[in-house]
Write a protein that binds this ligand. Structure first.
Ligand code: ARG
Length: 864
């Protein structure tokens, strides 16, 4: 796999987003002006002629007056009844409220016995604290009358912190007032300070947060609660109940209280983590920087499964931590194994950094930084130079906090705050000094940043290079080349278009060969508008040209559906063509890529059969940063093919428990070595690190048979495919699983993002990688690719790459998988690494064997 150093790597996914206008409708509210029917007379109401006025007076109360009075009385009574019902049934309806909190006791010193809830010391202090709390509540009318119970759950140092929960039964209409009173720390404290004459306990601060009432059940006679204290210089481990032999229980509520000595902090790492997939109400693990499970002190919540290499280390700011597991009624997974140890509380994280260059990171990087931190780095380079800071990795993300505000955790440089998940960026100063501040609040921590500071010459900030307005240095050739290299596109502004370029309506200069290629390169689509289509071609609404024959073939060839817009509609059982999926019952579908998409499309369900493929074992993946090392188990179908005494030579993909797909060119005789001889080869499955082939996750197999495609042409590399049979089947595990084979009709459209993986060279002519590498690249339009690679592309090939260069497969990746994430997050084998013009060169995409075209050949030999 080949990557250019990130400084030089191009960003081609820059897209202009033309201002979108909201269309406002002018149809406002209309009023119904219809007049009421004036003639409607109420029943029983009698209108007397005015002449009889006297008669009226004499007759006493009239019938209609009586009727009206009765009616009014009736209405009043029912209103009263309704009010009473509402008052007693709803307004006064009792609701249960639970609060979690802690308070600080000043006039006491912590003793070890307080750690254990079964000691008499614990019981005695609990009683006192309860009394104090009760008294506090009693003096507040909004709280006192509704208090039911308070339970002290733990104590910790400082002087003594008491953790508790309180339960209340309150009429619905008083609940808001209770919430308000509980949140008012000051008034609560006042009551204990002044109302009780001689307070036994001096309470200094008290906080309470609304909690889920279910915590009560769990803390009453809970068998799933554990208390652990770190041992000096030792690592303590704990697991979910039953781990690893049996899954954790359903409907459980488990807690682990973790403690360390005073003036220490805790480092907690989840070594393996496999919990139910994340969804609303799914099983969840939470870690708190406190002993009470309150949201403002939550460090992280975790669900799903993580590969072992994922960094799941969290640090506390104090000597306590709390881990909780809440499970629902269904779905049980293995759970977790965790380790923790104590380390001295760092005095400060601030530093003065001097010199020409240097690096610095958030505390404990790449672990999650501790909460409640403030660091300042004062950086100074020699006084004749200026300084800039390059952030290589930047993850300071708080759930729900917009990156525009950075109200919680952030980095601050000269009054600008940075937060969120950012790709590499540079902050430059026009002096020799710069100050970088970092702040983390009480909750939610992330992995932080890795930064480098450098000195630069103010007269020439990027020697021999172009300086982006952002301060970043890029190669001079990248200026005005049509690709956006600076994140702010400053390299593509004020350019004079060259002869090889055209000017978009919006002013950008772009390579001429991008005109009319079906991709909106300008951003305003002006490169796709004035395109005449060749003879016998249909022009789509988006400007793309497609062969006339592809019109109305029930397939969206245009990409905007315009080729299918004016045809008589066909859904199922269309006439079978090259591009229609054929069910086992020989009926054809008009749907693209219906295989294993989770919907039964064929009446005989054949599109959803044999779908045990293309699924990874871990639901979570590390965010990609700088390097492109894979996670363990991220590509479980990846195979490393070794040749005796040569080591890794080619890649391959697992398609069943005993068949592999690879490239035919890997097995051609060369310098008198008969690579076609199966006994020469060994397949390693579940391999991650080439230097760790004895790892227990690795399955090693001999090869029984190599079948190369007889049409393979070793000059043109047409039909570059082979299937290999393993001597004995492999066992599917977390790191060994098959990839899905695409149907012959499967479509991988131009522009689609695809992944290529391998242990090949990391630069053209370079050496192979030890850790499996991955790269995201894009499918290139077949016609354009054929132009770029001078007519060498056949229909058995698919070009995939990044035209700006910098990311590609390379020597040693051959035979390996090119996979595409399709519907339902299922991965399909789109291609096999075949050849390229050098590696990662500009305008030279990699060429891969188009697996769909050779699907029938694979079936013929493997019956798969
Ligand atoms: N033929 C090479 C091999 O044997 C793979 C080359 C792929 N090259 C590329 N630029 N995509 O490993």
């Amino acid at each position: 796999m080949n990557y250019w150093p990130s400084e030089e790597r191009k960003m081609n996914d820059y897209q202009l987003s033309p201002g979108r206008k909201l269309k406002t409708s002018d149809s406002g509210l209309k009023y119904n002006n219809r007049k009421e029917d004036m003639n409607g007379q109420e029943e029983g109401v009698e209108f007397l002629p005015t002449m009889n006025a006297k008669k009226v007076e004499k007759r006493g109360p009239k019938r209609w007056v009586v009727v009206t009075a009765v009616l009014i009385v009736f209405l009043l009574v029912s209103l009263l009844v309704g009010l009473l019902v509402w008052h007693f049934k709803y307004r006064r309806a009792p609701v249960q409220k639970v609060y979690n909190g802690h308070l600080v006791i000043l006039n006491l010193n912590f003793i070890d016995a307080y750690e254990n809830s079964s000691t008499t010391e614990f019981a005695l202090l609990s009683k006192k604290v309860k009394q104090t709390i009760k008294e506090m509540y009693k003096n507040n009318q909004d709280i006192g009358p509704y208090h039911k119970e308070t339970v002290i759950t733990a104590f910790s140092e400082g002087s003594v912190i008491a953790y508790y929960w309180s339960e209340f039964i309150v009429p619905a209409y008083r609940a808001k007032a209770l919430d308000k009173a509980m949140a008012d720390e000051q008034s609560l404290i006042q009551t204990v300070k002044y109302k009780s004459r001689n307070p036994v306990l001096q309470v200094n601060s008290i906080v309470a947060f609304p909690a889920d009432p279910s915590i009560i059940q769990s803390s009453r006679g809970n068998s799933c609660s554990f208390a652990l204290h770190a041992e000096e210089g030792e690592i303590t481990s704990f697991t979910t109940p039953g781990f690893p032999n049996s899954p954790y229980p359903n409907n459980a509520h488990c807690t682990w209280v973790l403690r360390a000595d005073v003036d220490s902090i805790i480092s907690l790492t989840f070594k393996t983590f496999d919990v139910e997939l994340c969804s609303e109400g799914s099983d969840i693990i939470r870690v708190y920087n406190s002993l009470s499970p309150v949201e403002p002190h939550e460090l992280v919540n975790l669900c799903g499964s993580y590969p072992p290499s994922y960094n799941l280390t969290f640090l506390s700011s104090q000597n306590v931590m709390l881990v909780t597991l809440i499970t629902n009624a269904e779905g049980r997974n293995p759970g977790f194994k965790a380790e923790f140890f104590q380390l001295p509380k760092p005095k400060t994280c601030s530093k003065t950094l001097k010199g020409e260059s240097g690096t610095f990171t958030t505390p404990f990087y790449p672990a999650h930084y501790p909460p409640d931190m403030d660091c300042v780095w004062n950086i100074e380079v020699p006084s004749t130079k200026n300084v800039k800071v390059h952030f290589n990795v930047f993850y300071i993300l708080e759930p729900g906090i917009p990156v525009s505000s950075c109200t919680k955790d952030y980095v601050e440089i000269s009054n600008t705050k940075y937060c969120g998940e950012r790709s590499q960026f540079v902050v430059a100063s026009n002096t020799s000094k710069i100050t970088v501040r970092f702040h983390s609040d009480q909750s939610h921590t992330d992995t932080g940043f890795l930064a480098k500071f450098l000195s630069y010459d103010s007269s020439d900030p990027c020697p021999g290079k172009f300086t982006c307005n952002t301060g970043r240095c890029i190669d001079k050739v990248m200026r005005c080349d049509g690709w956006v290299d600076c994140t702010d596109a400053s390299d593509e502004r004020s350019c004079n278009c060259t002869k090889e370029q055209f000017r978009c309506n919006n002013g950008w200069c772009k390579p001429r060969f991008w005109l009319c290629d079906g991709v909106n390169d300008c951003g305003d689509n002006s490169d796709e508008l004035q395109c005449k289509c060749p003879d016998k071609h249909f022009k789509c609404s988006n400007g793309k040209c497609i062969p006339e024959t592809q019109k109305c073939d029930s397939k969206d060839d245009c990409g905007d559906g315009s080729d299918e817009g004016t045809c008589s509609k066909v859904v199922k059982s269309v006439s079978c063509k090259d591009y229609t999926y054929k069910c086992h019952n020989s009926l054809c579908l008009s749907k693209t890529n219906p295989e294993c998409d989770g919907t039964k499309d064929c009446d005989d369900n054949s599109d959803e059969e044999s779908c045990d493929c293309g699924i990874r074992s871990y639901s979570k993946q590390t965010r990609i940063v700088g390097g492109q090392d894979s996670e363990e188990g991220e590509w479980p179908w990846q195979v490393s093919l070794h040749v005796k005494s040569q080591g890794h030579v080619c890649g391959a993909s697992l398609i069943s428990n005993k068949w592999l797909v690879s490239a035919a060119h890997c097995f051609q005789e060369e310098s008198q070595i008969r690579y076609s001889d199966p006994t020469l080869w060994t397949a390693f499955l579940g391999l991650h690190d080439q230097s760790d082939r004895t790892n227990k996750m690795v399955q090693e197999r001999s090869i029984k048979r190599i079948i190369t495609n007889p049409q393979f042409n070793d000059f043109t590399y047409d039909y570059d495919i082979a299937v290999l049979e393993l001597q004995s089947p492999v066992k599917f595990t977390a790191t060994v699983r098959p990839i899905c084979l695409p149907d012959a009709t499967h479509d991988f459209p131009a522009g689609k993002e695809i992944w290529v993986t391998g242990w090949g060279a990391t630069s053209e002519g370079g050496i192979g990688a030890t850790i499996l590498q991955k790269a995201a690249i894009r499918v290139i339009n077949q016609t354009m690719c054929n132009t770029l690679l001078t007519d060498q592309i056949t229909s058995r090939m698919i070009c995939v790459g990044i035209l700006t260069g910098g990311i590609d497969a390379c020597q040693g990746d051959s035979g390996g998988p090119l996979v595409s994430v399709e519907s339902n997050n299922r991965l399909f084998l789109a291609g096999v690494v075949s050849w390229g013009d050098g590696c990662a060169r500009r305008n030279k995409p990699g060429v891969y064997t188009r697996v769909s075209k050779l699907r029938d050949w694979i079936k013929q030999h493997t019956s798969l």
